[in-house]
Design a binder for this molecule. Structure first.
Ligand SMILES: Cc1cc2nc3c(=O)[nH]c(=O)nc-3n(C[C@H](O)[C@H](O)[C@H](O)COP(=O)(O)O)c2cc1C
Length: 191
């Protein structure tokens, strides 16, 4: 069964980005599973610590990324870029040996109460993944603007247009993963 690993760029309990990942979860391709990584227990990156050995939460995250067929990353936008917690997680996971983002299919999404829906953060995220040689889906992009109007008080995505865009992105992502030959966990995705 293909396994997606979701990474949320916000640690907030009522995070729109966490709610957005839940909106993906209920629209996954058949037989696909979404596991959510926890990045709230990672220490701040310190090269001296890495020289001694990856801390356990980092080892766990690297293993989760390695095991996943694909990643789904929800980028919270902080000061026109990605959040520090997301960057910290990527920095830890990205270190050699065998950095696990290499050739990993990745779909990027994100939500913000602002008018651009995390667009600037998403493009910064793409930039990091160029260096890490990940395979990032180009289109469709999902940038959920005015998030406070698009989710209800319980965190359910109520905006129909966004629901459809998510479905379209997931369909494109599934085809992308198949073209890359990366859905290794079982028969072809959706079979
Ligand atoms: C430090 C900080 C900087 C922010 N900068 C931006 C920004 O540049 N653009 C934007 O659209 N929203 C910005 N916001 C608002 C966040 O998008 C908003 O808090 C959003 O709810 C965060 O995502 P979450 O709901 O998943 O926690 C910022 C919030 C914080 C705390």
């Amino acid at each position: 069964m293909p396994l997606f690993l979701g990474i949320c760029g916000s640690l907030r309990k009522n995070s729109y980005n966490a709610a957005l990942l839940r909106a993906y979860e209920v629209r996954l391709p058949p037989d696909t599973e979404l596991e959510i990584a926890s990045i709230d227990d990672l220490p701040l990156y310190n090269e001296d610590v890495r020289q001694v050995g990856f801390p356990l939460p980092v080892q766990r995250l690297r293993e989760q990324i390695r095991r996943a067929d694909a990643l789904l990353i929800a980028a919270a936008e902080y000061n026109y870029s990605i959040s520090g917690v997301l960057k910290n997680a990527i920095d830890w996971a990205s270190r050699p040996p065998d950095q696990p983002f290499n050739e990993k299919p990745i779909a990027i999404t994100g939500a913000s109460p602002g008018a651009l829906g995390s667009a600037r953060a998403q493009y910064h995220l793409r930039q990091s993944f160029i260096f890490l040689n990940a395979f990032v889906l180009g289109q469709p992009e999902v940038m959920v603007a005015h998030a406070h109007q698009y989710f209800d008080k319980s965190g359910n995505l109520t905006h129909q247009g966004t629901q459809m865009t998510i479905t379209h992105q997931l369909e494109a992502f599934r085809a992308f993963i198949e073209r890359l030959g990366k859905g290794h966990h079982g028969p072809g995705m959706g079979d």
